[in-house]
Design a protein around this ligand. Sequence first.
Ligand SMILES: NC(=O)c1ccc[n+]([C@@H]2O[C@H](COP(=O)([O-])OP(=O)(O)OC[C@H]3O[C@@H](n4cnc5c(N)ncnc54)[C@H](OP(=O)(O)O)[C@@H]3O)[C@@H](O)[C@H]2O)c1
Length: 264
Amino acid sequence: MSDIELMKDFSLDYFRLDGKAAIVTGANKGLGMGYALALAKAGADIFLPYRSGDISEVRSLIEAEGRRVEFLQGDLTDIEHVRAIVSGCMEAYGRIDVLVNNAGTNCFCDFADFPDEGYLRVINTNLNSVYFLSHEVSRVMIAQRSGKIINIGSALSYTADERCPSYVAAKHGVIGLTRAFANELGKYNIQTNAVCPGFIETGVTAGVTSDSDFTGRITRRISAGRWGTLADIMGTIVFLASRASDYLNGSDIKVDGGFSTKLV
Ligand SMILES: NC(=O)c1ccc[n+]([C@@H]2O[C@H](COP(=O)([O-])OP(=O)(O)OC[C@H]3O[C@@H](n4cnc5c(N)ncnc54)[C@H](OP(=O)(O)O)[C@@H]3O)[C@@H](O)[C@H]2O)c1
C-alpha cells in the first residue's frame, strides 16, 4: 500500500478487539477487573483465572458488554494451574490473542526480619508466574503467528522503597522479562510490553490513601495533582492489546500522572 493508502486505512477500528480472546489474571477485583472490562468493551472475550473471592461482579460487567467470560480458580504459583489456564482458554475460545499478567501480591517487613516465605511468595507470584504463564501461552501464540503479552510492572520497577525488597526485585524483573520476551517473540508477530501503574486508587489502596501523611507526600510528586483511577489506565491496556500497537515491542509505559519524572 502507498503512504496515502496506509493513512486512509487507519481508523479507530485498529483499537477494536472483536473476535479476540484475552486472558487476564487476578481480574475478579482491583486493577485487573478494569483491564478485563476494558478489553471486553473493545470486543474481546475473556478467560479469567482467579484465586479467591467473588466473581459475580466482573461476570455481570463483562456479560453486560455482550461478551463471554470463563473462569478458572487456582493458584498461579502452581504450574498445573498455569497449564490448565492455557488448555481452558483454548477449549473455550480456540485461541489466545492477549495475555495480561496482572495478578500480584506484596509482603511488607523491616529488612532484618523479612520472612523467607514472604520473599519467595512474592517472587513466585509477581515474577515466576509471569515467566511460566507467558512461556506456556507463547507456544499457542507462536502457532497463531500473533499475540500480545502485557506485563504489569509498578513505580517500583524503576526505584526501590523500604520494607518490600521482594516486590521491588519482582517488579524490576518484570521489565527484564518484557524485554526478553520481546526479543524472543517479535519474529512471530508477538508483541510484549509492560504497563507500570503509579498510584491508582482501588479497594486495595484504600488503606494507604487513608494515611494522609503518606498520601500527601505521594500526591505532591504527581504533576497531575491526584492519584489515578481505573479509567485512567484502561485505555492503555486496550491500546497494547490491539493492532494499533503492532510496532511497539519491549516497551514499558508508565501510567503515573507524572510521578516518576519528579525528583521530590
Ligand atoms: N493498585 C495500585 O496502585 C498498583 C500500582 C502499581 C502496580 N500494581 C500492580 O497491579 C496488579 C494488580 O494490583 P491490584 O492493586 O489490583 O491488586 P489486588 O486488588 O490485590 O488484586 C490482585 C489479584 O491478584 C491475585 N493473586 C495474588 N496472588 C495470587 C496467586 N498466587 N495466584 C493467583 N492469583 C493471585 C489476587 O487474588 P486473591 O484475591 O486471592 O488475593 C487478586 O485477584 C499487581 O501486579 C500490582 O503489583 C498496582
